[in-house]
Design a protein around this ligand. Structure first.
Ligand code: NDP
Ligand SMILES: Nc1nc2c(c(=O)[nH]1)N=C([C@H](O)[C@@H](O)CO)CN2
Length: 236
């Protein structure tokens, strides 16, 4: 029996921004499908809410292909694909080649393979691909060089897929600066991070969800990188 609700796939949604958005989309009466890498208790709660949780590790092409196969088997149609999965690794002289490969695998190779192989499942009347990139894709980074380069690759893929998949499918990116701190971030780090933007706040996950809702409802936005950065680009 084909799914009656519009199916939205969001990757890496077992915590933080992805989890927040998966729950919000589920409340908006979408059928939500998520990927997760590591097992954790919240997955039981999501399953009870009717969210389909699929284990996937995007660090290898084989892992991405296995995930794609499961999606194809379960869902003949998709309303949207949201590429949220990400690993914020710091550069390291000892294993920078490995870090670069890992960053490119999860932030560029996985979205590219998933988009190329699942675009045909996206609804023909109104459908979206949304890439979560990062403010540093446009500025570079002193401590997360490989991460920033991989997010820049994802921003470029946004442009290529927007051209390839128009007019039926809109393809956009959301480029956040600070959205939500990590539990281990100490007060000194938090204060320094807050000072990097003009608005000097930690906006929280809802800032991303509001942008996703706006993009899903749009009829005329594609190939755009939507900055969510509190005016950081004007802070000199
Ligand atoms: N939080 C922020 O302030 C900012 C976030 N962003 C971007 O927004 C998005 C969401 O951020 P946030 O919620 O902090 O993300 P997280 O750092 O919490 O990562 C989200 C999920 O990605 C999954 N993941 C990581 N590597 C892999 C992999 N190789 N294969 C499969 N899944 C993987 C993890 O799964 P698991 O835990 O199961 O291993 C994790 O739960 C990301 O793309 C991020 O780069 C950009 C700027 C600021
Ligand atoms: N996958 C992740 N990417 C990023 C994170 C994160 O926690 N996970 N956090 C940031 C920071 O908030 C940064 O924007 C400000 O210090 C960047 N990317």
């Amino acid at each position: 029996m084909p799914e009656s609700k519009p199916v939205i796939l969001i990757t890496g949604a077992a915590q933080r921004i992805g989890l927040y958005c998966a729950k919000a989309l589920n409340r908006q009466d979408h059928k939500v499908v998520i990927s997760y890498r590591r097992q954790r208790p919240v997955l039981d709660t999501l399953t009870e809410k009717g969210i389909d949780c699929i284990q996937a590790d995007f660090s290898t092409a084989a892992g991405v292909e296995a995930f794609i196969d499961v999606i194809r088997q379960r869902y003949p149609r998709l309303r949207a694909i949201i590429h949220n999965a990400s690993d914020w690794k710091t550069d390291s002289d000892q294993c920078q080649a490995e870090i670069f490969a890992q960053m490119m695998a999860v932030h560029a190779q996985a979205p590219m393979l998933i988009n190329r192989q699942l675009a045909s499942l996206l609804c023909t009347d109104k459908s979206d691909i949304i890439h979560l990139t990062d403010y540093v894709a446009s500025t570079g980074s002193s401590k997360h060089m490989a991460y920033a380069a991989s997010k820049a690759a994802l921003e470029n893929l946004t442009l290529s897929f927007a051209r390839l998949l128009a007019p039926k499918i809109k393809v956009n990116a959301i480029a956040p600066a600070l959205i939500c701190f990590n539990e281990g971030d100490d007060e000194a780090y938090r204060q320094k991070a807050l000072q990097k933007s003009l608005l000097r706040i930690e906006p929280g996950e809802q800032e991303v969800m509001r942008t996703i809702t706006w993009l899903l409802e749009s009829d005329y936005v594609t190939g755009r990188i939507i900055a969510l950065d509190g005016g950081r680009h004007l802070k000199f």
